[in-house]
Design a protein around this ligand. Structure first.
Ligand code: G
Ligand code: G
Ligand code: MN
Ligand code: NA
Length: 252
């Protein structure tokens, strides 16, 4: 498979980069943090989307080292921004199930925090609902991360293997409402769904973030439902670090 072998050969530091998409406090409009999203530009293949290469990397196991690379870069960049004065920014990093369940994952995270100097409470790991398939293993890892002080979030919430019974037991911090619910909010049924998800989150003392926000109408509804945080093209697409710095400078 071409992608697999090209991925193996890829010089990370020259072909991979990380884009950042801001997370916004809906009430104030302030930037609360950002999500790190990997980008791969191959000299011949051009830009390869993560939706294409991440599943392959998950199958082959390459995700372990790619994921570590992302985590390190994202923590290092955030620590740099903290030193520049933006010291309340939180960084969210996507973690594949395979990576999350790999032995030693918690130590890897601890080492990266030590190496980069980023305090643990400013790191959030985004994992999907499929981690709920192996509750006892998931519980151990989540407890290890919690002990470290790292935050965790359930990404694409509402689209996957989800059990409210399990959700209630997991030591997580945030649920991230999937963008498919947000994009269809002009329909009453979808609005009710969004409202219910937010209420579940609030009742479980979790933070709730809506992703895929593209209009002011959506923001107004989400604020009305007491959703604290949002993310989406209305605010910004995922952008390069230099562009993100401009956004930070302009937002003061
Ligand atoms: O940025 P974009 O919308 O193209 O991302 C597409 C998909 O790739 C999303 O599901 C996103 O979570 C995933 N993705 C992006 N960066 C990473 C990463 O660093 N690690 C993992 N595991 N998934 C990522
Ligand atoms: O699975 P995950 O939530 O990590 O994926 C994030 C993906 O969603 C990224 O590829 C990002 O580019 C995309 N995304 C972010 N905001 C929006 C938005 O407002 N609209 C749409 N359609 N996609 C978005
Ligand atoms: Mn995500
Ligand atoms: Na998502």
């Amino acid at each position: 498979m071409e992608i697999e072998s090209e991925l193996r050969k890829a010089d990370r530091d020259s072909q991979f980069s990380i884009f950042y998409q801001p997370k916004i406090e809906l009430k104030s409009g302030a930037i609360a943090g950002m999500e790190a999203l990997i980008r791969w530009e191959h000299p011949k293949l051009g830009v390869v989307s993560p939706t294409e290469f991440i599943p392959i990397a998950e199958e082959t196991g390459q995700i372990d080292s790619i994921g570590e690379w992302v985590l390190y870069q994202a923590c290092q960049q955030t620590a740099t921004w903290h030193r520049a004065g933006y010291d309340s920014l939180c960084i969210a990093v996507n973690v594949s199930v395979r990576q999350f369940q790999r032995r030693g994952f918690v130590s890897t995270v601890r080492n990266i925090l030590e190496q980069t100097g980023l305090p643990a409470q400013y790191l959030e790991l985004e994992i999907t609902e499929s981690i709920m398939r192996d509750v006892s293993e998931t519980m151990k890892v989540l407890q290890g991360l919690k002990k470290l002080g790292v935050k965790t979030s359930i990404d694409d919430f509402g689209t996957g293997y989800s059990s409210l019974h399990i959700l209630k037991e997991l030591p997580i911090d945030t649920i991230k409402i999937d963008k498919t619910f947000i994009s269809n909010m002009e329909k009453q049924a979808n609005r009710s769904m969004v409202r219910s998800i937010i209420d579940i989150g609030l009742n479980l003392n979790l933070r709730v973030i809506a992703e895929g926000i593209e209009s002011e109408e959506q923001v107004a509804i989400l604020k009305d439902y007491h959703c604290a945080l949002g993310q989406g093209y209305l605010y910004s697409k995922p952008i390069k670090a230099e562009m993100f710095e401009k956004l930070l400078a302009d937002s003061i």
